[in-house]
Write a protein that binds this ligand. Structure first.
Ligand code: SF4
Length: 481
């Protein structure tokens, strides 16, 4: 099996989490709620899924490779019935990763049992493993979730929130995780808030999720983000916010800007900013910067659509549906041979000749990672009769690798790491190539944060490291490339 992202040249989000505390006496079921929540964050990980539930202090877990709907059937969910559950979907970082890294990770400790579901990447994971290993901890997986759980278990004499707060002082990198233990769920976000994590409530209970679209899908209202450095404790009595030393110190918010550009679902709101609105505004800003003369704006579905609409609106050039996506390929179709690359693209996307023929086309995409797909799409447009193909990208060139839980390819594989924009244009065969500037991207996002009633404009801050090389938690360039 070949991961779709490798075929389609996109960065890969590595995980999504969901957890729920539901009123079982009223007939609500946390495991079923979590299953539905996972279905709504499935875009964040398709290689494996798992749910751990708690009943009378005992934790059961069911997990396995595949989509949530493939791993869970009615009988499995019935076995997990309970008032507390956390779940996880994941993309394997490497094709050869074994199943021991599938989450939630469950461990026994002096306080009983604990389940961990984590989204992000602990950048000092190996150092923490070495340290814990010297004090006798034996690891069973390569998963960061096991490191997080083992650290918390080690500090448990401080109480659960005290142990988590102490562990946060050891953890470096990006983490938004859920812990289930002590008849509670603990929702925790790192001091920079790299990865999203949101909370919601309904008459039947409370939930935490990587994205608000998952909270919407299970009828949770009253949504808010877990603040950077915050621990929120979810119990049958409601939500309790715990201010930590990390949150009081205020490292400076650094929400992953790629969540808005590509990863998150358009109907989600991340740190107060709607994702669809962000994509639309980034596309409009790109049109202002690019100033291309053309007859039609066409976007690359699905993530490029909102940016394409924004581009068309700002430029006054008509938006047309010129690329059609095949929605039914599934994850495991047989990859065409290298000699059939064009077939590979045409299986996924096909151009509408009626729209392209004889036209000067602006093709809007959200990002270019390795450039292979862009070259094939430009070729597709030309074969469909386009007179000129101008490529507009609603983000800046991706030049640096991400150490915070996103698989952007290694630095050397990034087409923009070693090439100028003109060299990339030649490589992909476009008549012109226009990236959004880093400044334009940041100005657009800060303007959105200032105008959004649910975003605190003054506190808004974004990680732009894969574009700018400026890593929020370190002075030196990243060695992850
Ligand atoms: S380096 Fe890029 S992908 Fe990674 S967290 Fe920062 S903005 Fe997001």
């Amino acid at each position: 099996m070949v991961a779709p992202a490798l075929l389609w040249d996109r960065p890969r989000e590595e995980c999504g989490v969901f957890g729920a505390c539901m009123d079982a006496d009223a007939g609500a079921d946390a495991a079923l709620t979590t299953f539905y929540g996972l279905m709504s964050v499935q875009h964040r990980g398709q290689d494996s899924a798992g749910i751990a539930s708690s009943r009378e202090g005992r934790i059961r877990v069911i997990k396995g490779p595949g989509l949530a709907a493939e791993v869970f059937h009615e009988d499995a969910l019935a076995r997990l019935r309970g008032s507390l559950a956390i779940g996880h979907v994941r993309n394997a970082a490497r094709a050869d990763e074994d199943d021991s890294a599938i989450q939630p990770f469950v461990l026994r400790f002096t306080g009983g049992m604990m389940a961990v579901a984590h989204n992000g990447s602990i950048t000092n994971s190996q150092a923490l493993r070495d340290r814990l290993g010297r004090s006798g901890v034996v690891f069973h997986s390569e998963s960061d979730a096991e490191v997080i759980g083992s650290l918390i278990a080690r500090y448990y004499s401080l109480g659960m929130t005290g142990a988590i707060e102490r562990a946060m002082e050891d953890l470096e990198g990006a983490y938004s995780f859920l812990i289930m233990a002590d008849q509670s769920i603990y929702a925790v976000r790192d001091p920079y808030g790299f990865r999203p994590l949101a909370l919601g409530s309904s008459p039947d209970g409370w939930a935490a999720a990587s994205e608000t679209c998952a909270l919407d899908s299970v009828g949770m209202a009253g949504k808010r983000d877990v603040e950077p450095g915050e621990i929120t404790v979810i119990t049958k009595d409601g939500l309790r916010r715990v201010s930590t030393r990390a949150s009081r110190r205020g490292a400076g918010r650094a929400t992953c800007i790629f969540e808005y550009i590509y990863f998150a679902r358009p109907d989600s709101v991340v740190d107060g900013i709607n994702v669809a609105a962000a994509r639309h505004a980034l596309g409009a800003r790109l049109a202002d910067e690019a100033q291309v003369e053309a007859d039609a704006v066409i976007s690359v579905p699905e993530s490029g659509v909102a940016a394409g609409l924004g581009y068309a609106e700002a430029s006054g050039i008509r938006y047309q549906q010129g690329l059609i996506r095949n929605r039914y390929l599934g994850r495991t179709f047989i990859r065409p041979k290298a000699s059939q690359r064009e077939t590979g693209v045409r299986l996924k996307l096909n151009a509408v000749e009626h729209v392209c023929a004889g036209r000067r086309v602006v093709l809007v995409d959200d990002s270019i990672v390795r450039g292979t797909t862009s070259a094939r799409l430009v070729s597709l447009m030309r074969k469909s009769g386009a007179r000129q193909v101008h490529l507009g990208v609603s983000s800046p060139p991706v030049k640096f690798a991400c150490p915070y839980g996103i698989d952007t390819s290694r630095g050397r594989e990034l087409v923009a790491a070693t090439r100028s924009v003109e060299e990339i244009r030649q490589l992909i065969g476009a008549d012109s190539l226009h990236y959004l500037s880093v400044q334009g991207m940041l100005q657009t996002m800060h303007a959105l944060a200032s105008s959004s009633p649910s975003a605190d404009g003054g506190k808004a801050g974004f990680c732009t490291a894969c574009f700018s090389g400026v890593y929020p938690d370190r002075a030196e360039p990243c060695e992850c490339a």
